[in-house]
Write a protein that binds this ligand. Structure first.
Ligand code: ZN
Ligand code: ZN
Length: 283
């Protein structure tokens, strides 16, 4: 089943009088939304008590919760400190994800540092494979890691790099952040065929079943020569991408992703705009 929802608590959530994240699921249900992403971007995890309270509300209101692992993770970095931190931050994210009753954990795989692209990917293969080995034997074996397609050229990586990494293990499904991808492509993501081209490449590499369960991030993003600059709202008319061709491509390919809006401040209203457009096309 396709799902739509926001990343984090947006402005409208607070304007409606809500204060705590456990209030999100009921509020999202009132908007016909059914997904929510909780970000541990800066490394602050939830207490078991808070996560359990959010999980109860999420279950009651049929909202699927995903999490975003801390930004400090970098599988390219070969230092012992980075290696330990990667494990700590990713296992912490999976612990909370399990408590939240969710399935998808979004992760930024790493930045290129001083390495060539090929060397960087080889470092990732070494470090990330170690993590996957540990994950497979532990209590989080059933949870899905979703490496994210990034918006800056110094980051790993492109959607092709994410498809490659996701072919390494059954528990890996890509996060296609089409705002990021559009930055890296300098605004070339315009038509339904542009979106279908990328999604079909994923299906060819990873198979339909995996891609059907895809994680999507969507927002308009300002970009420059180095890629991503800042997230915008659907009000913006200068930068893309537009959501309509993305939704049309999803419908054509019969995918059932979790679609998370990462608009700047208007995540839930923009998620609802996408949701309403989707159902207007299939009814
Ligand atoms: Zn991200
Ligand atoms: Zn994203």
């Amino acid at each position: 089943m396709i799902r739509f929802g926001p990343s984090g608590n947006c402005e409208a959530f607070y304007e409606a009088g809500n204060k705590q994240t456990w209030q999100e699921p009921a509020w999202l249900k009132s908007l016909n939304l059914n997904a929510f992403e909780y970000s541990f971007g800066l490394g602050q995890f939830l207490s078991t008590e808070t996560a359990t309270k959010i999980a109860e509300e999420a279950k009651k209101n049929d909202v699927e919760v995903s999490v975003h692992a801390p930004y400090y993770i970098n599988f390219v970095n070969m230092s012992d400190v980075a290696y330990e931190n990667n494990f700590k931050f990713l296992l912490g994210s999976l612990k909370n994800l399990k408590e939240l009753g969710g399935r998808h954990c979004v992760v930024h795989i790493g930045s290129q540092m001083k390495f060539t692209r090929v060397e960087a990917l080889s470092n990732i293969k070494q470090n990330f494979t170690d993590f996957l080995k540990e994950k497979r034997q532990g209590e989080y074996a059933d949870l899905i890691l979703c490496p994210e397609a990034m918006g800056k050229y110094t980051q790993i990586g492109t959607y092709d790099e994410m498809f490659e990494i996701c072919s390494w293990d059954d528990c890996l499904i890509p996060t296609l952040d089409f705002g990021h991808i559009n930055c890296v492509l300098q605004g070339a993501l315009k038509t339904k065929e542009d979106f279908k081209h990328i999604l079909q490449k994923g299906i060819d590499k990873l198979g339909y079943e995996k891609m059907k369960d895809l994680h999507i991030h969507f927002s308009k993003i300002m970009y420059g020569a180095k890629g991503e600059i800042k997230h915008l709202t659907f009000e913006d008319t200068e930068f893309g991408p537009d959501y309509e061709p993305m939704i049309d491509a999803i419908i054509d390919l019969k995918l059932e992703p979790v679609v998370i809006s990462e608009s700047s401040g208007t995540q839930a209203p923009d998620a609802k705009t996408m949701r309403d457009y989707y159902y207007s096309r299939i009814d």
